[in-house]
Design a protein. Structure first.
Length: 318
């Protein structure tokens, strides 16, 4: 971060921040909507749960592999070309969903979508480091990015539900995301990026793979892996588990509303952490951080929210 010097005005830095926020919102609209899409494709293509689950496994695996294989592009090619390449590939690929009608084609498109996300996401994360003046500023920006990712995770499933209720295919969610991506491409092309100064470490695939041997990087990655695993159980598979419930309609409505309420609270939590962190640091309480408190509270709510459904599925299977 110290090796970066902003060559633009404060307006360009603001534009970069909002560009990053909207990029994460856009791709979260698609990746976190598969939970609503899976019950539909189970019926349309007569798939097993394992086969339908590939709608989630395929893009997530592609994102991870692309981040490792193409992460060095942000240094070798630069932030702007990397972001433009990733966004262009994502937009073109999203529009192809409108003409697809087979499960195999959709799966290929999801893999390409994951690769494109892995490319521009890496460039965006590197760009956040460029515009951050300190580690505190970087943490604050990343908290906001996570919050906007959560906003996309709420908007995406809502759009799919609205489309399905109007008799429109879920495929047009990707058309909407592709259109939003075209706007982001225009913003990314016109925005002035900060220039990097000083000596830069050469980046290649070998350097990226060496990072896996770093115990701190490995431990941090495993922590994210476990967190996303729990999150996936709620956001991706909960709508599918709900399709098998045949109890009273009032109870069904209450449980659905509780799930949506939990989804909203989980994202409000991120913005609250950002707000409280700024308040306490501004008052000189630099050693106090509200993140562990909110993380523990969210984990407790997640466990409490999942337990009744685990019991229900166990009872149903037995």
């Amino acid at each position: 971060m110290n090796a970066t010097q902003s060559s633009g005005s404060g307006h360009s830095i603001t534009a970069i921040r909002w560009l990053t926020f909207l990029m994460f919102t856009m791709f979260a609209m698609t990746t976190d909507s598969v939970g609503v899409i899976i019950p539909v494709i189970l019926k349309d293509f007569h798939l097993s749960m394992m086969a339908a689950g590939s709608f989630h496994y395929a893009p997530m695996t592609a994102i991870g592999i692309a981040a490792i294989l193409f992460g060095f592009m942000a240094v070798r090619l630069g932030r702007k070309p990397t972001i433009l390449i990733g966004l262009s590939l994502f937009a073109l690929n999203s529009y192809l969903f409108a003409v697809g009608n087979s499960f195999a084609l959709f799966l290929v498109l999801l893999i390409i979508s994951g690769i494109s996300i892995g490319i521009f996401k890496t460039g965006a994360l590197a760009l956040i480091g460029d515009i951050s003046r300190s580690t505190v500023d970087h943490t604050s920006t990343m908290n906001t990015v996570e919050g906007f990712f959560g906003v996309g995770a709420i908007i995406g499933p809502a759009i799919v539900a609205l489309l399905l209720s109007q008799g429109v295919s879920w495929k047009y969610l990707y058309v909407i995301a592709g259109t939003l991506c075209m706007i982001l491409i225009l913003i990314a092309a016109l925005t002035k990026y900060p220039k990097r100064t000083g000596e830069q470490t050469p980046m290649n695939l070998g350097h990226t793979l060496k990072m896996t041997c770093n115990p701190f990087a490995f431990s941090f990655s495993m922590g994210i892996f476990l967190y996303v695993g729990v999150e996936t159980a709620i956001y991706v598979w909960m709508p599918t588990l709900l399709t098998g419930y045949s109890g009273p309609k009032l109870l069904m409505w209450r449980r659905r509303m509780r799930f949506r309420f939990f989804s909203c609270c989980a994202q409000v939590d991120v913005f609250l952490v950002h707000w409280f962190s700024d308040i306490f640091r501004g008052r000189g309480c630099s050693r106090f951080s509200p993140e562990p408190f909110f993380s523990a509270l969210q984990a407790r709510c997640s466990a409490r929210r999942m337990w009744p459904w685990c019991c229900y599925r166990y009872r149903d299977s037995s």
